[in-house]
Ligand binder design. Sequence first.
Ligand code: PGA
Length: 260
Amino acid sequence: MASRTPLMAGNWKMNLDHLQATQLVQKLDWTLKDAEHDYGAVEVAILPPFTDLRTVQTLVEGDKLSLVYGAQDLSPKDEGAYTGDISGAFLAKLGCTYVTIGHSERREGHGETDELLNEKIQAAYRHGLTPILCCGEALEIRKEGRQVDHVLGQIEADLAGIPVEQVRTIVIAYEPIWAIGTGEVATPEDAQEVCGAIRGKLAELYDEATAAGIRILYGGSVKSSNVSEIMGKPDVDGALVGGASLKADEFAKICGFETA
Ligand code: PGA
């Protein structure tokens, strides 16, 4: 049984300017220090808007903070005439560890296809960034009971041609769309059903050992009051947290889920 370090990642979405980011990062750091958070036992990441990243880098490097950070998206291209896009090379220069790819708000709101996401995953690896690849089904798909097939189809298409040496480090976030920002969290059993199936798919696409080492997160209305139960499931290795990551106390409690 591979040991997977749990990851709690705060997806800030389009919230907090760079001044507000400073306040939240400092407060989160103090709160976690007060709680004697063991970063080796539970990794803590934040995913702020692009415009906050330089500020976050300065804080993390200047004050030697233990949390890591990343971006919410990247361009599939490295440089050139792509107005408004952000290169993975720039994110790497800003010290990003992670980059979120294929969040449902981008798949749906920006028409991002699995082919595009596959290119973005390749771009992330070209620049030494670790993708947090998001997947998940809409409510109507769940009502039809097709959530597993749907998500496995996304995973297979998004990872097409990604070699095993790269995929070993990927993080996958299962986020049922009907649970995002709705307060309607999936049951631990719902989360386990799909996260377990994702691991099975990874074993089929690659091998058992690779699948056993990949972290699979659950996301969708995660709070300090429901995180422990979800984390109790064998194939859930962390959480991608939206709304609750904007409050230092609440996010710190989520990071300390083992003691909650
Ligand atoms: P939520 O968002 O925690 O606010 O539901 C999760 C996400 O979209 O990553």
